[in-house]
Design a protein around this ligand. Structure first.
Ligand SMILES: [Zn+2]
Length: 351
C-alpha cells in the first residue's frame, strides 16, 4: 500500500549540515550560474530572483516560474517559525533564507545527490540558515505536509544556530520529526514491528548518516523519533525540557553523552525493551496480516463453540420436556381431569 505518509517520508529531508564543499557549491551555483551562459554541465542556466520579507525576517530565492507561490512559501515559513517558537526552549529570531529549486535536478545540484529522497534540506550556511525546497517534490504533497516539512527544516536551522556541537543524526532527526508532527501511530507500529523482528538499525550506525535506501531511510526517521519519544516519556519531559540541557552553557558535555556508546547502548536497550511490551505486540499484530488471520480463526472457533453449546442445550431441553410430559401423562392417568367451565357465571368483582 502506498500510503501518503510513506510518500512524504520518502520525500522527507535527509540533511543536517552542509559540509564546506556543499556551501561552496551552493554559493557558486546560485551566484554564478547565470554568468556561465555556456554551462559546462550542459544544463540551461537558471535565473534566480530574490524577494525580501523584512517583517518576517525572511528572504526567498526563486525562479520566475515559481514567482506565483513565493508569498505562500513566505507565509508558510513564517507560520512554521511561529510553531517552532512555541515548541522550542526559545525563539528562532534569525534571518532565514528559503531557496525554491524548481526541479529535482536543480535541487540535487544545490544540495548534493545524497538528498535524493528529500523534499527540502536545511543548510547551515553562515550567516543565514537556508532551507532549500525541492519544488518538484513539494507539488505532489498536501499543504499540511508541506508546512510540516518547513517546520522540520526550521528545527534543523534552530538547532544549528543554538548548539555549540552537532547532535547525533538520530537524535536531531527524531526531534525534528516529533516537533513537526510527522510521527504518527502507524510509524510507531512499524518501529514496534521492526523491533519484534529484529530489523532495527543500531543507533551507532545512524549517528552520522542515514541509509540511502528509501525503505531503510524511512525506518531510520521513524526509529529516531521513537527513541526521542522514549527519552521524553522516560523523563516526563516536553520537547523543550528535553532539549534545554543541550542548549545550556554546559550543553557541550550533555551532547557528548549522546555520542558516547556507554550512554547510547543502555538507552537503546531500554528503548527496545519498552517496545517489547504486550501493547506493542497488540499494535504490531494489528498492523500485520497475521492479525486478520487471527480474527478469522477466532471468529470460526467462537461459531463452532456456540453451535456445539446450543446443540447440547437443545438436547437437554428436549430431555427435560420429555421427562415433563412423561410425568404429566402419569398424573393424568392417576386422577381424572376435572373440566373447568369457562361459561360459568363469574362474581361481579371478577375483571
Ligand atoms: Zn531532517
Amino acid at each position: 500500500m502506498n500510503h501518503p505518509r510513506n510518500k512524504l517520508m520518502q520525500l522527507h529531508d535527509a540533511a543536517i549540515s552542509a559540509k564546506g564543499i556543499l556551501i561552496f557549491a551552493l554559493s557558486l551555483w546560485l551566484h554564478f550560474s547565470l554568468a556561465s551562459a555556456g554551462n559546462t554541465s550542459g544544463t540551461k542556466a537558471i535565473v534566480f530572483e530574490q524577494r525580501s520579507f523584512p517583517l518576517l525576517k525572511l528572504e526567498v530565492d526563486y525562479t520566475p516560474a515559481d514567482a506565483r507561490w513565493v508569498e505562500d512559501v513566505a507565509a508558510r515559513t513564517d507560520a512554521a517559525r511561529r510553531a517552532l517558537n512555541r515548541i522550542m526552549p526559545d525563539a528562532l529570531l534569525a534571518q532565514v533564507r528559503v531557496v525554491i529549486a524548481p526541479t529535482k535536478e536543480v535541487f540535487l545540484e544545490i544540495v548534493g545527490g545524497w538528498a535524493e529522497h528529500s523534499a527540502a534540506v536545511a543548510l547551515r550556511t553562515p550567516p543565514v540558515p537556508t532551507v532549500v525546497i525541492n519544488a518538484e517534490a513539494l507539488r505532489t504533497v498536501t499543504p499540511l505536509e508541506f508546512s510540516r516539512t518547513l517546520l522540520h527544516e526550521l528545527v534543523h536551522c534552530y538547532l544549528g544556530l543554538r548548539l555549540k556541537k552537532p547532535l547525533p543524526r538520530w537524535f536531531e532527526e527524531g526531534v525534528a520529526v516529533i516537533a513537526s508532527g510527522e510521527a504518527e501511530l502507524e510509524d510507531s507500529a512499524d518501529v514496534a514491528l521492526a523491533v519484534l523482528f529484529n530489523r532495527t538499525i543500531p543507533l551507532r550506525e545512524i549517528t552520522q548518516h542515514f541509509p540511502s535506501n528509501a525503505e531503510r531511510q524511512r525506518l531510520a526517521y521513524r526509529q529516531s523519533a521513537s527513541v526521542v519519544r522514549f527519552l521524553m516519556n522516560e523523563q516526563g519531559a516536553s520537547l523543550a525540557t528535553l532539549l534545554a540541557p543541550f542548549l545550556a552553557p554546559d550543553g557541550e558535555r550533555r551532547i557528548s553523552e549522546l555520542w558516547n556508546p556507554l550512554y547510547v547502548e543502555p538507552l537503546e536497550y531500554r528503548w527496545r525493551r519498552s517496545l517489547l511490551s504486550w501493547q506493542s505486540w497488540v499494535v504490531a499484530l494489528s498492523r500485520s496480516g497475521l492479525f486478520w488471520l487471527l480474527v478469522v480463526a477466532l471468529t470460526f472457533l467462537a461459531w463452532v463453540v456456540r453451535k456445539r453449546r446450543s446443540a447440547a442445550q437443545r438436547r437437554e431441553w428436549e430431555e427435560e420436556e420429555e421427562r415433563l410430559y412423561a410425568a404429566l401423562d402419569e398424573e393424568e392417568a392417576k386422577e381424572p381431569q376435572v373440566e373447568e367451565d369457562d361459561d360459568a357465571p363469574r362474581p361481579p368483582w371478577y375483571g
